[in-house]
Ligand binder design. Structure first.
Ligand SMILES: [Zn+2]
Ligand SMILES: [Zn+2]
Length: 131
């Protein structure tokens, strides 16, 4: 991190499961116990033992009584949020072509796992280890 452009202390990134190779885990990280049974912020499926992911600061509650919570996000679901859908990564989506692509019959988690697999294919082609 360049001190000239980043004068504030970076908050710790909380992650669970086995560490993976991503810039967000390069600096100030704390490994926490996997929040088994809690729903993923993005796909809604419960975290299982052995899953990898991040704890994300989230606002819940009401406008009058907002509550900040830390909620789990599978690493692949977080990746999919950052990169977009598989259709987008492959240039088949509406934002890339102006035409609706085939609606996906996958669940959000399946879609996220497909994005992770696609990223790992690209990494392998570049001689890099999988995430
Ligand atoms: Zn998820
Ligand atoms: Zn697109």
């Amino acid at each position: 991190v360049d001190d000239d452009i980043e004068p504030y202390p970076a908050p710790a990134v909380l992650f669970f499961g086995e560490r993976w190779d991503a810039p967000q885990l390069d600096y100030n990280t704390v490994q926490v116990d996997a929040p088994v049974g809690r729903a993923c912020l993005h796909c809604g499926e419960p975290v299982e033992a052995g899953d990898r992911g991040l704890m994300r600061l989230t606002m819940r509650g009401t406008r009058e009584n907002p509550v900040a919570t830390q909620e789990p996000a599978h690493m692949e679901c977080d990746l999919r949020m950052g990169l977009g859908s598989l259709a987008h990564m492959e240039g088949r989506c509406r934002c890339c072509t102006g035409i609706d692509s085939e609606p996906s019959s996958w669940t959000a988690r399946e879609e996220a796992l497909a994005v992770l697999a696609h990223v790992n294919q690209l990494r392998a082609a570049g001689g890099r280890a999988p995430m």
